[in-house]
Structure formats: structure tokens, C-alpha cells
Ligand binder design. Structure first.
Ligand code: A2P
Length: 336
């Protein structure tokens, strides 16, 4: 059986990655509808060697599509996801708009695939935040075996998480600075090139940023456990593709270090780098593939239940496009 698929935000960074991923993973696409705003309607995009014209989402009849993969921003999903869902198109939404809605499942296939069944509540499934996805893939095996009391995490996030304009801004600032020209910042709150910025998304009343609170709330929802204390600091770094995270956890029960290595070696979607002196980086390992890499795994010398790890993954792939397409694969295998 084949499915009609609509990609909303088809001209964006994640949208283009979704189109590539559908092709690479041989998703059984019958018709592919590529949707964006009127700005890029009429543009051509290639899929399986064919040229498909981008359409304006305004006025698109979603009853033509079985599945909709949305990544055009929160306000666009707010408007069009219910319209598509009512027309019978199951929406897999990459934005944060529906993630905290208790009726809507928030799914990382390696972690909580059973919750996907709840898609029937609203015909909408939420794809988690990129930083949360890679952290969940890495922590789930340890959580299942020993429980987790507390997560302290600092992120080193690539600019592609903020979309195409953000990638362009880093490239332009870098080129300008190399030529001793002044730089402008429009997308980022401060100069991004050759700098690090400890702010992603807006500040909340508690002094954390919204990106940081996404990691807290989404971890609770995905693991179905609000007792885990999560303390994130999210930082943007001048890397184009691939998020990195320095994670320190305290397990609930004492853990066996060799067993933890075994668990991570056996875990789906994950590769543990154990070679002495080696570790994964976003550019040399993660960028351009779907794996979540774990390295620098070591026992915490400051806490008997503490464990440290370095987790790297391509934020536009496993952090967004691949996870969405995996959800679609589960959907057609088990429900549609
Ligand atoms: P468009 O090319 O028409 O602007 P990115 O995250 O890389 O910035 O991409 C954002 C994606 O969301 C693009 O495909 C963009 O399409 C799409 N988009 C943005 N605003 C809207 C809108 N109001 N309606 C439909 N698509 C939109």
C-alpha cells in the first residue's frame, strides 16, 4: 500500500530534509504534495528524480493526503494542523505548538512508541524538540534499568535549529569577519560567528529560556515521569549542523558501569564510542546521518550515582526530519 503525503514547510531546512528522508528510507509515497507560503509557491523541488511544484498551503485540500509532515513554524501549525486533521490527514508536527497538549502524543520511536496510539484523539502527533530527542535516545536504556533522579545538561546547539535564515546569518557573519567587515545580527540576539550565545528562544518568568523548559517538560512527557529533576542550560554555538550535549545524570539505583556500557551498545539508534581518547563531534560524526552518538562516558567522581556523557546528533535529521518519518513509518505499520 502507498500513501499520499503532504510536506508543509517544504522549502525550509527541515522540510527539505524530510523530502530527502522520505526518499532515502523508501517511504511508500504515492503522491507527494509540497506546501509552503505564497512566497515560494511555484518553486520546483526534486523527489525520486521527478520535479514537484511547491503549492501555497492556503487553500490546499488536505483530504487528498493521508499523512502531513509539518515544519513551517508554530503559528502555521496552529492554523493548519486542525484543518488537516479534520480532513482526515494525520499530522506529524515538528513545531512546539502541540507538544504539551495532554491529548497529543509526543513520540520518539526508540523510546515511547506505544504512546503513538493516542494519535486518534486529535489526528495529530507531536515531534519533540531536537535537543530532547537525542537526550531521550541516550538516556532511555539507563532510565529503564536504574531509574533517573536528576539530569543536568548543557547543550551546544547548531544554528540550523533556527532555520535557513540562521544558517545564512552565520555564514555571512563569518565571511564578513574574515574580511574585516562589520556584522549585523537579525536572527540571533548577538553576534553568532566566533561566539557562543547562552540564549535559545525567549526567556520565561523563571529565568530559564523556553528551549530549556522544552527539555524539562518534554522529558517528563516522553518518559511519563514527572519525578525526574531536569536542569538544562541551552547554548547556541557557531556550528552549522549537529547538536552536542554534556549530560550528567544521577541514577535512582546504584548502577554497574560495565552494564551501562552494555545497555548503550545494545540500544537502538545509538552508537557508543568507547575507543580510548576518541569521542564524537557534530561535524566529524553526526552531521549528515541519523545516529545518536555517545562518548566521554565516565563515572561521576563527585557523586556515587552520577554518570557523565557527551551526546551528539544531527538536529535536522534525528532531531527533526528522521524522527518524523520514523513516526510515519510506525503509523503506517501499525495503525493506518
Ligand atoms: P516559504 O519558503 O514560503 O517562506 P526554515 O525553518 O528553514 O526557515 O523554513 C520555514 C518553512 O516554513 C519554509 O518552507 C517556509 O516557506 C514555511 N513557511 C513559513 N511561513 C509560512 C506560512 N505562513 N505559510 C506556509 N508556510 C510557511
Amino acid at each position: 500500500q502507498k500513501y499520499n503525503v503532504a510536506v508543509l514547510g517544504a522549502t525550509g531546512l527541515v522540510g527539505r530534509q524530510i523530502i530527502e528522508t522520505l526518499e532515502d528510507r523508501k517511504f511508500p509515497v504515492d503522491q507527494l504534495f509540497l506546501l509552503a507560503s505564497s512566497r515560494s509557491a511555484g518553486e520546483d523541488i526534486k523527489f525520486r528524480g521527478e520535479t514537484i511544484e511547491v503549492q501555497d498551503v492556503e487553500g490546499f485540500d488536505f483530504s487528498q493526503a493521508h499523512i502531513g509532515l509539518f515544519s513551517a513554524g508554530g503559528s502555521v501549525s496552529e492554523k493548519y494542523a486542525p484543518i488537516a486533521a479534520d480532513a482526515g490527514c494525520v499530522v506529524i508536527d515538528n513545531t512546539s505548538h502541540f507538544r504539551n497538549d495532554f491529548e497529543i502524543p509526543l513520540v520518539v520511536p526508540e523510546v515511547n512508541v506505544a504512546s503513538l496510539a493516542d494519535f486518534r484523539n486529535r489526528n495529530i502527533i507531536a515531534n519533540p524538540n531536537c535537543s530532547t530527542i537525542q537526550m531521550m535516545v541516550a538516556l532511555k536504556p539507563i532510565y529503564d534499568a536504574y531509574g533517573i533522579d536528576r539530569i543536568n545538561v548543557s547543550t551546544y546547539q547548531a544554528v540550523s535549529g533556527a532555520g535557513k535564515k540562521a544558517v545564512d546569518e552565520l555564514a555571512k557573519q563569518t565571511a564578513n569577519l574574515m574580511n574585516a567587515r562589520p556584522v549585523d545580527s537579525e536572527i540571533f540576539p548577538k553576534q553568532m560567528a566566533f561566539n557562543v550565545i547562552p540564549q535559545i528562544d525567549v526567556f520565561e518568568d523563571n529565568g530559564y529560556t523556553r528551549e530549556e523548559m522544552k527539555m524539562v517538560n518534554e522529558t517528563h512527557k516522553i518518559l511519563g515521569d514527572t519525578t525526574i529533576a531536569v536542569n538544562p542550560t541551552c547554548v547556541r554555538v557557531p556550528v552549522f549542523f549537529g547538536h552536542s550535549e554534556a549530560i550528567n545524570i544521577e541514577t535512582r539505583m546504584p548502577y554497574d558501569f560495565e552494564h551501562v556500557k552494555q545497555l548503550l551498545n545494545d540500544a537502538p539508534g545509538l552508537e557508543l564510542i568507547e575507543d580510548e581518547g576518541d569521542y564524537p563531534t557534530p561535524v566529524t560524526d553526526a552531521s549528515g546521518n541519523d545516529t545518536v552518538y555517545v562518548g566521554r562516558l565516565r563515572q561521576d567522581i563527585s557523586h556515587p550515582h552520577g554518570l557523565n556523557m557527551w551526546v551528539v546528533s544531527d538536529n535536522t535529521r534525528k532531531g527533526a526530519a528522521t524522527n518524523s518519518v520514523q513516526i510515519a513509518e510506525e503509523l503506517i505499520a501499525n495503525y493506518l
